[in-house]
Design a protein around this ligand. Sequence first.
Ligand code: NAG
Ligand code: NAG
Ligand code: NAG
Ligand code: NAG
Length: 366
Amino acid sequence: MKLWFVLCLALLWVELQNGDCQQVKRRKDVGENRSRPGGKRVKVRHPKLKDGGGKGQSLLTQVLDKGRFLRLGQSTNLTPGKNIELRCKGNSIGWSYPTYLDTFNDSRLSIKQSDKYSQLILTSPSAADTGPYSCWVIVCDGTECEKDHERSYVSYIYFTDKDNLFVPSTIHFEIVYLRPDRPAVVPCRVTDPQATVSLHREVPPEEIIANGTQVTYDPTKGFVLQNPSPEHQGVFYCKAVTKGTPQISTKYQLLYVEVPSGAPFVSLEYSPESVRGGDNINLTCTVLGEPEVDVSFTWSYPGQGHRPVHIQTSWRLVNRGVSHTTRVTQSVMTVEDMETIDFGNYICKAKNQHGETIVTTDIISK
Ligand SMILES: *[C@@H]1O[C@H](CO)[C@@H](O)[C@H](O)[C@H]1NC(C)=O
Ligand SMILES: *[C@@H]1O[C@H](CO)[C@@H](O)[C@H](O)[C@H]1NC(C)=O
Ligand SMILES: *[C@@H]1O[C@H](CO)[C@@H](O)[C@H](O)[C@H]1NC(C)=O
Ligand SMILES: *[C@@H]1O[C@H](CO)[C@@H](O)[C@H](O)[C@H]1NC(C)=O
């Protein structure tokens, strides 16, 4: 029961990180290659998920008054407050929509599948619902179902709200990790694609000019820094103007990290250094890695199944100098009152999304 709960939490975490909420079980979605760039809210879309999708016209439509339909293109501007109904033709359809709607298990969203089409209804949409809405045909071969990438359609819907030029965020102070090997995104998205947006450093006050090469602005993503470097660290905010007074986004803390992505870098230590029967010992398995890369631990030990042990896992962010941030994840196993059965080989297995590292240590009786 407990394991099931932990698994659910882990899945939820993965979903949140991926930025999209899938209506189809993950298993069915094998073709999709999602990766996670610097900005948490940003999605890497399948290249075929472009305007109208692959073959033929988009099957994604908006139902207007009096039974009229509007085929949705790459982006759509809608008015907040007015309920929307989207339809996608087909008897088995998958949907994705902004994460926000699932994070709060929003009852404003409903999806119904009928014989001929699937219907997505969102009531009282607001600026926060701005984002990509996509549908695709699910093809099944027996019990194995998959997303048909050729028949996948997306429209980025802006719920333009002059009082919320920036898509509201539930986080007031976001952290953006900068890595030397990939672009970073300051995710100040807007609800009006016509808005003029600029990026500003707080201290010293400075505007970072988007000149189309190193720094670019995409209203559906935010500011993209092509080659982040330690100089880009600091507290930033975005400013947007249409008509009238400019609006300021939430703040973003940009942190530079240099730890490469890979299997965890692990060390295993124990204390005290010399152990005798009757002693209490702590074994500490430590992983140094990227700030948002989660690590899980598995222990194997001589008294496994016979002797109770206590295991505690925790993590913290450590600033090493001005330009590095490292996540230190630790699992500490405590064995009390060492018995003969407890001496021998202790194995710590640390796993992240990139791989697994195994470290061992031998505890011998002194
Ligand atoms: C996903 O994309 C990444 C980077 O583009 C690539 O390294 C990786 O092999 C891809 N994985 C799959 C399953 O296609
Ligand atoms: C989401 O809401 C529905 C109906 O309000 C409820 O049945 C369901 O259990 C909720 N799910 C979660 C994960 O909270
Ligand atoms: C854009 O700015 C970067 C640094 O801010 C500079 O290196 C680059 O040459 C500029 N590109 C253009 C086209 O001005
Ligand atoms: C083991 O860890 C606990 C909790 O951190 C600490 O109180 C205890 O002194 C440690 N014992 C040894 C032998 O290091």
